[in-house]
Write a protein that binds this ligand. Structure first.
Ligand code: ZN
Length: 304
């Protein structure tokens, strides 16, 4: 089974073509996790999860954690508007959508029928995230920049607490600024290092260098590689992937974004995770499919 550990299948951009996207995903034997990006969006992820029997996560993306005065972030493919982060609302959403033992199965016809008929209690939220720090889209104004970074940190720390409370792994988004390729990794590492009890998780779409790869591996994190690993210019990412031990590696598409070569520039989908996997296998010189499935099951505590 191929693993897309980070997709956004519930985003409105897929609305019209979702059955075809899911059919291609099943043909390619891919299991995907659909990731929420704020409260409203995570509600949609949970509803999608229950409708299609695909696991989801509940989280608040740092780009949506803007303080008053900072220009809002809107992406029509995502369809999510900025909202005030409310830990209580996130907690309620997690409470009704998590439980141990959600089953990992490719969506065959029988499962599909079963999940469509099953009540809304089917438990499918497997992680908290995506959450983290995004320094790529910050305002130019120094004072707003500072406030935004501070707010992102508070919202991230609140979600670390939720992950601890629900015993769920974190799906971490780290995007450095254009000026400093390490800044978001450095700050996230410092936040995680100070945690008294380690919360596990994954650095999704890892773009950092080997030094930070080692630091996060030392804290017990997994590193997930996206279609970027197939891009010609992504030597740093390939170096980190070559360095990452096989038992800590995950694959993802981050679809609808970041379609891998040879589909670069088009709308991405879980079936394309095969190109990410093949690139990683070529780098490592070994087959990885079974290892990555096992890593996915281990991290998200999936059995059955
Ligand atoms: Zn994402």
């Amino acid at each position: 089974m191929l693993i897309d550990s980070h997709s956004h299948l519930h985003f409105p951009v897929y609305k019209d073509g979702i059955e075809n996207v899911l059919a291609r995903m099943n043909e390619s034997n891919v299991c995907a996790l659909t990731v929420g990006t704020n409260y409203e969006n995570s509600l949609e992820a949970a509803a999608f999860s229950q409708q299609y029997g695909i696991p989801c996560s509940v989280g608040f993306h740092p780009s949506h954690a803007r303080p008053t005065g900072v220009q809002g972030y809107f992406d029509p493919m995502e369809g999510a508007r900025d909202e005030e982060f409310d830990a209580g609302k996130m907690r309620s959403l997690l409470a009704v959508n998590t439980a141990a033992g959600a089953k990992l199965v490719p969506r065959k016809d029988d499962d599909q029928r079963e999940s469509k008929n099953s009540p809304l209690t089917s438990a499918r939220a497997l992680a908290v995230g995506e959450c983290g720090l995004d320094y790529f889209r910050l305002p130019d104004d120094e004072s707003f920049k500072k406030q935004f970074k501070q707010r992102q940190r508070e919202v991230f720390e609140a979600q670390i607490e939720l992950a601890r409370e629900f015993h769920l792994p974190l799906i971490i988004h780290a995007r450095p600024s254009k000026e400093d390729p390490d800044d978001a990794y450095r700050d996230i590492y410092e936040i995680m290092r100070r945690q008294r009890h380690n919360v596990g998780g994954v650095l999704h779409c890892y773009l950092g260098n080997i030094e930070y790869a080692q630091k996060f591996l030392d804290l017990g994190f997994y590193l997930s590689f996206s279609g970027i690993v197939t891009f010609k210019t992504a030597d740093t990412v390939r170096a980190a992937a070559a360095y990452c031990p096989v038992d800590r590696m995950l694959t993802e598409t981050d679809c609808p974004y970041l379609a891998p070569e040879p589909h670069r520039g088009r709308q991405n989908e879980p079936a394309y995770v095969a190109f990410v996997l093949r690139t990683l296998e070529a780098l490592k010189g070994v087959t990885l499919e079974q290892d990555i499935e096992r890593n996915f099951r281990t991290l998200f505590a999936i059995w059955g």
